[in-house]
Design a protein around this ligand. Structure first.
Ligand code: NAD
Length: 244
């Protein structure tokens, strides 16, 4: 029976690259997303046409406890198990420091940090029951470094994901490995509004001189999640050589 990988925020960007990487390696995949039904449906078709695996799409807000429970139940009812969880869903809300609101700060924490916890908690019940599983939380170098105070809300959420990762690794050992991949700049829709000069300046600080392609992050997530059987409770930077 094929193994199963659930990727939150799997309809585009890094999440979609993960879906392709796991499907390429024979996994049945679950594409979770919260908006843009078309992208999710197109990706499902692409996966099922190109790889001999099944793709299930589930629209659910990771910050909503009931939707998360229903999503995990649906995966178990459809595939019978979850072997790999990639907590990738995440948002940033660009504002100046002065314009930040409590509501937006909360929304970022709810999605990036609490959402990661809620999905992990529900999926871990099944993984602990069969005494195996692997969880990869997508954090960010923003959760480690302090570059722009304007993103302090996003940075705090990602620092939280890093702490959560280590705590969950302790909580679920030795059956579930829990790790975090911390990307630097990645060329996705999340960064499509960035000014060209800003991008140039950021690229000049990276030893490889460019932003990552989402597939380069997905390959590391696959390695950490599946192949790296002795990596646990770790945070793996994938940033092309930033702040070296
Ligand atoms: P993206 O905006 O292209 O995609 C985000 C995905 O998350 C979408 O599929 C969206 O539907 C989903 N999503 C958003 N809120 C959700 C919710 N509440 N419930 C379920 N799904 C939700 O983003 P991306 O650039 O591919 O980023 C993916 C992850 O990588 C995020 O956690 C982000 O913080 C992190 N990251 C991105 C970069 C970067 O430079 N792009 C760098 C470091 C870390």
């Amino acid at each position: 029976m094929s193994k199963v990988c659930l990727v939150t925020g799997g309809s585009r960007g890094i999440g979609a690259a993960c879906i392709k990487e796991f499907a390429k390696n024979g996994y049945n995949v679950v594409i979770n997303y919260v908006n843009d039904d078309l992208s999710a449906n197109l990706l499902k078709t692409e996966i099922e046409n190109n790889y001999k695996v099944k793709a299930l799409i589930i629209k659910a807000d990771v910050a909503n406890e009931i939707e998360v429970k229903n999503m995990v139940e649906k995966v178990i009812n459809t595939f019978g198990s979850i072997d790999i969880l990639v907590n990738n869903a995440g948002i940033a809300i660009d504002t100046t420091l002065e314009d930040k609101t409590k509501e937006n700060f909360r929304k970022i924490l709810d999605t990036n940090l609490i959402g990661t916890f809620l999905v992990s908690r529900e999926v871990a019940k099944y993984m602990l029951n069969k005494k195996s599983g692997s969880i990869i939380n997508v954090s960010s170098t923003n959760g480690i470094d302090t570059n722009y105070p304007e993103s302090l809300d996003y940075d705090a959420s990602k620092a939280g994901v890093i702490s959560l990762t280590k705590n969950l690794a302790k909580a679920y050992h030795p059956y579930i490995r829990v790790n975090s991949v911390a990307p630097g700049w990645v060329m996705t829709d999340m960064n499509k509004e960035l000014d060209k000069d800003f991008i140039k300046n950021e690229e000049s600080k990276i030893l490889l001189g460019r932003f990552a392609d989402p597939s380069e992050i997905a390959k590391v997530i696959y390695f950490v999640g599946v192949e790296a059987s002795y990596i646990n409770g770790s945070i793996i930077r994938v940033d092309g050589g930033e702040n070296v």
